[in-house]
Design a protein around this ligand. Structure first.
Ligand code: XLS
Ligand code: NI
Ligand code: NI
Length: 444
């Protein structure tokens, strides 16, 4: 990856791969971006991306106190020049941490103005800067999105707002966000439901709001065609927070929603670990459900805290959780145009710029290690063989006829009464499989 011209914001050196035995914690142990695997570099397999909002706009604030994180680049004569300086720092970071991609919301990168026209002008100015930095560094845009949840106008949602004026405003904002994503060569565009949900049904027409959300997404699909944007659209499910009930609750309800409104060909899922667990699912479950329908798109790589019931957006260092996810991702043939976007933030007391490095090194190494273990699991074939055997009764005979829709209740009743009788119990072997899985994790 090309280097930045003159690093000036981080006292940390370019992060290099030093292997598992390295004592240097500002080095990769498992992520060697240039390692070739199956004719493709690990960089291209994993497609890591940095989330601008957390890493360059997050200041560590929480409901009990203001931010703790003060960055040296957050100064300048006006908001626009600060935005550009911050972006210089961000691209220095992307290069030094070996991330080939980044992701942003429109309002992360450029200040919102007093009118939409002014916001658009600000965005254009910063996007021109981003374009130059992308060209200089080779870093690309994984996906763009619009912030449709911070401004008070969106307090009751954007596309699902009861006021059509707000719907129109959101449409105008997304139009522009899609256009700048396209301008920057973005490989995707994400819709996270922000405040698309409700607090109480006493003031909510659920059916109408869902219709409006679908209408909004159809407009986005139409606009993509109009401007020639070929990137992948993603919907990012989340069950709650900020609203009590979000319409894109989880992947399964997302599939139902997309199919109901004829959108299933146009969107895939951007699955976030912490959103999966908030919905009461495992990360692997959400990936598996999307993959089963050919709708696995991209990953927002983070972790929740098992003891907390909100989106803590932590960096994930859980090799087991990620390896399970990777097994499903690899079986599904990978992420295509998607990637692994670190939608994760530093803890409030992690106030130093170098904490950004430790955080991402940990996340990247965990994913790289999990990727390698998952490949070994699949190459070894024992798990796949177990699955194949478990369902083998559907490969021929009556099972095959069931799958092909060649028999119904009457035929099956007759068969059981005359021929099959009582089925024999077969072990699901869960404990054996857990031990087998652990043996891959620990290398023995
Ligand atoms: C919030 C979401 C958000 C999306 C992008 O919970 O994860 O960060 O990824 O709007
Ligand atoms: Ni996310
Ligand atoms: Ni989230």
């Amino acid at each position: 990856m090309p280097k930045t011209k003159k690093p000036q914001f981080f006292a940390v050196p370019h992060i290099r791969f030093e292997g598992p035995k390295s004592e240097n914690h500002l080095a990769f142990r498992h992520y060697d971006p240039s390692e070739m695997i199956d004719g493709k570099s690990l960089r291209d397999h994993l497609r890591f991306s940095i989330a601008y909002w957390h890493s360059f706009r997050g200041v560590g604030g929480d409901p009990f106190g203001p931010g703790t994180i003060v960055r040296p680049w957050e100064s300048g004569k006006d908001a626009l020049s600060v935005a550009k300086r911050r972006m210089d720092a961000a691209f220095e970071f992307f290069v030094k941490i070996e991330a080939p991609f980044w992701c942003f919301h429109d309002r992360d990168i450029a200040p919102e103005g007093a009118t939409l026209a002014e916001s658009n002008r600000n965005l254009d100015a910063v996007v021109a800067h981003a374009k130059a930095l992308q060209k200089e560094t080779g870093v690309r845009l994984l996906w763009g999105t619009a912030n449709l949840f911070s401004n008070p106008r969106y307090m009751c949602g954007a596309a699902t707002n009861p006021d059509s004026h707000v719907f129109a405003y959101a449409a105008a904002q997304v139009k522009k966000a899609m256009e700048v994503t396209h301008e920057l060569g973005g490989e995707g565009y994400t819709f996270w439901g922000g405040r698309e949900g409700y607090e109480t049904l006493l003031n909510t027409n659920l059916k109408r709001e869902q219709d409006h959300l679908a209408r909004f997404l159809h407009m986005a699909v139409d606009h993509a065609k109009r401007i020639g944007f070929k990137g992948q659209f993603y919907i990012e499910p989340k069950p709650k927070e900020p609203t009590k009930h979000q319409y894109d609750f989880d992947v399964a309800s997302g599939i139902a929603f997309l199919r109901t409104y004829g959108l299933e060909k146009h969107l895939k899922f951007n699955i976030e670990t912490n959103h999966a667990t908030l919905a009461g699912h495992s990360f692997q479950h959400e990936i598996e459900v999307a993959a089963a329908q050919g709708m696995l798109g991209s990953i927002d790589a983070n972790a929740g805290d098992p003891l907390l019931g909100w989106d803590t957006d932590q960096f994930n260092t859980d090799v087991k959780e990620i390896t399970l996810a990777m097994v499903t991702i690899l079986r599904a043939g990978g992420l295509g145009k998607g990637g692994l976007n670190f939608d994760a933030k530093l803890r409030r007391p992690s106030v130093d710029p170098e904490d950004l490095f430790y955080a991402h090194i940990g996340g990247m190494d965990t994913y790289a290690l999990a990727f390698k273990i998952a490949r070994r699991i699949l190459a070894d074939g024992k798990l796949d063989q177990f699955l194949a055997d478990r369902y083998a009764s559907y490969d021929s005979g009556i099972g095959k006829q069931i799958e092909k829709g060649q028999v119904g209740f009457r035929e099956l009743e007759k068969l059981v009464l005359t021929k099959l009788g009582e089925p024999k119990l077969r072990s699901g072997r869960q404990e054996y499989l857990e031990n087998l899985f652990n043996s891959y994790l620990t290398g023995r």
